[in-house]
Design a protein around this ligand. Structure first.
Ligand SMILES: [Zn+2]
Length: 131
């Protein structure tokens, strides 16, 4: 196999550890297989290793950015509200919180900030209702 980056004729099969880093966290994958160029260092994972790499990347991103949907559910339950009651108070569509909590949609930043505010000051909910 020819190197797609520099055109060197021979790529070498290797098994190695690959470490992903993001936002101060890192994750190491062991026994990753791929073809590597001895000249420029370009590498191509095999299908299984590529799948593991992509999965690890998603997991790392989620762990760094936090599970927003889970936090939304936790705060809502703390406020003792159903998804549609909370949607009513926020003035968003009835299904919005269902989508956020299932991780289908990422809640917009103002919604997340408002949720966090309500978590600390649940009494503000009464004032939102009267707005
Ligand atoms: Zn190369």
């Amino acid at each position: 196999m020819k190197c797609p980056a520099c055109g060197h004729a021979e790529m070498a099969s290797k098994i190695l550890d690959e470490t992903l880093s993001y936002g101060g966290q890192s994750l190491t994958l062991h026994g990753m297989r791929g073809e590597f160029c001895p000249v420029c260092g370009e590498g191509i994972w095999d299908a299984e290793s590529y799948r593991r790499y992509a999965e690890a990347q998603t997991a790392l991103l989620r762990s760094v950015k936090g599970d927003v949907g889970g936090a939304s559910r936790r705060i809502r339950k703390g406020l003792n509200l159903t998804q549609s009651q909370l949607a009513g108070a926020f003035g968003v569509g009835k299904a919005a919180f269902s989508r956020y909590e299932r991780g289908e949609t990422r809640p917009p930043a103002p919604v997340v900030k408002l949720l966090k505010l309500l978590e600390r000051h649940p009494d503000l909910l009464k004032e939102m209702d009267s707005v």
